[in-house]
Design a protein around this ligand. Structure first.
Ligand code: ZN
Length: 159
């Protein structure tokens, strides 16, 4: 099995069996993200304990990339400090938006599997949907993000 096939298998596995999908009964914060151009929706719920994400849940539907990326996101944030998560979010955004310089493998770990998204401009918003909801949950609790109104993503992914 070559690496590309392995990556595709991992993405399909997360899509078919997304992790952390049991809604939290009392989340500390949450936010929704919609990506209307593809029909993706992801709600992220977080339980924060002393600056640490002790529990995370995603409730969503949409394409394989959006749901797999959100599922992988939950595994990347669970049990970690908010400050660390902010660094992972920033590095992930840089990677899928194809910021040019090499992505930091140490920060991203398994998320490197989604590196190829940077070459599929139409799918960048799909990959960012769960992450945008995560960002909003942490920084603007209760907000709804609409990626069609987000001018930051399409502009940067064109270059
Ligand atoms: Zn999508």
């Amino acid at each position: 099995m070559d690496l590309k096939t392995l990556y595709r298998e991992v993405i399909l596995d997360h899509y078919k069996t997304p992790r952390n999908t049991t809604p939290l009964s009392a989340p500390s914060c949450e936010a929704d993200c919609r990506n209307p151009s593809c029909g993706d929706k992801v709600r992220v719920q977080l339980k924060l304990d002393d600056g640490l994400v002790s529990e995370v849940a995603i409730i969503g539907n949409g394409c394989a990339i959006s749901q797999a990326s959100a599922s992988m996101m939950t595994e990347a944030v669970k049990g970690r400090r908010v400050a660390e998560i902010e660094a992972v979010m920033e590095e992930f955004r840089r990677m899928v938006m194809g910021a040019g310089s090499e992505a930091d493998r140490e920060v991203l770990g398994d998320l490197m599997i989604l590196e190829g998204i940077a070459r599929l401009h139409a799918r960048v918003k799909c990959a960012m949907c769960g992450w945008s909801a995560l960002d909003a949950a942490l920084n603007e609790n209760g907000s709804d993000v609409n990626l069609d109104e987000d001018t930051e993503l399409p502009a940067s992914s064109q270059h």
